[in-house]
Write a protein that binds this ligand. Structure first.
Ligand code: G3P
Length: 225
């Protein structure tokens, strides 16, 4: 299971790397623009340094094949060969995916809305296909179910591609993907906290504390060793 932080906020990234078992950071033009940073290349470079040996996903902003390939090469030169280049899936971007894959550049086909888009991108050499689960839900289609179907289809054809679930609003959405065999997800910092928390556990901890303090007061178990 691969879990990524979907953010370009350096403070959030540093905190998430310290607190949670994440495998790297994913970014896109919206996430970069939200930081207000006037030099997105410099910000990506700083994120690269912060993420250390974790994976970094960076998205192209052009739409035609030659420009996408040029940008992908520049991003890899700037951020390193392990960088995963995000490319939205359209009929016009598969050629760039095929050519970049042939050059050994790692591709994430992003903003995926259908099983056939996921399949075509996987066949074009994408190592990751990223369905926008909440946006799909917003179209009155079951987003988690569709993401699971993408994974099942890719697995059926023995394609070496991860479905990277993206755009979550609830823990339940993430849980459904994980239970359904989707092995990667990128989530916000707030969602990372929610994935690790529950009201039930908080209540149990309160109960542990109450019962402990009833007999031992403010001493910790360490005070008895
Ligand atoms: O990785 C995709 C994600 O950034 C989309 O975000 O808030 O539009 O669901 P959002």
């Amino acid at each position: 299971m691969l879990i990524f932080l979907d953010s370009a906020n350096l403070d959030e990234i540093r905190k998430a790397l310290q607190l949670f078992p994440i495998d790297g950071v994913t970014t896109n033009p919206t996430i970069l623009s939200r930081t207000g940073e006037q030099d997105p290349a410099a910000l990506l470079k700083e994120i690269r340094k912060t993420v250390d040996d974790g994976l970094l996903f960076a998205q192209v902003t052009s739409h035609d094949t030659d420009a996408i390939i040029d940008e992908a090469k520049k991003l890899v030169k700037l951020l390193g060969a392990q960088t995963v280049i995000k490319i939205p899936v359209t009929a016009a971007t598969l050629e760039a995916m095929i050519k970049l894959n042939a050059k050994g550049i790692h591709i994430c086909a992003t903003a995926v809305y259908t099983v056939t888009q996921a399949l075509m991108a996987a066949k074009a050499g994408a190592e990751y296909v990223a369905p926008y689960v909440s946006h799909i839900d917003g179209q009155a289609i079951d987003g988690p179910e569709l993401a699971i179907r993408m994974q099942e289809t890719i697995t059926n054809y023995d394609l070496d591609t991860h479905v990277l679930g993206a755009s979550f609003r609830t823990v339940s959405q993430v849980e459904k993907l994980m239970a359904g065999g989707v092995d990667s997800a990128t989530v916000t910092f707030d969602m990372l906290e929610k994935l690790a928390s529950s009201a039930g556990t908080a209540a149990e901890v309160d109960s542990f504390d109450r019962n402990w303090k009833h007999l031992y007061g403010d001493k910790s178990i360490g005070d008895f060793i």
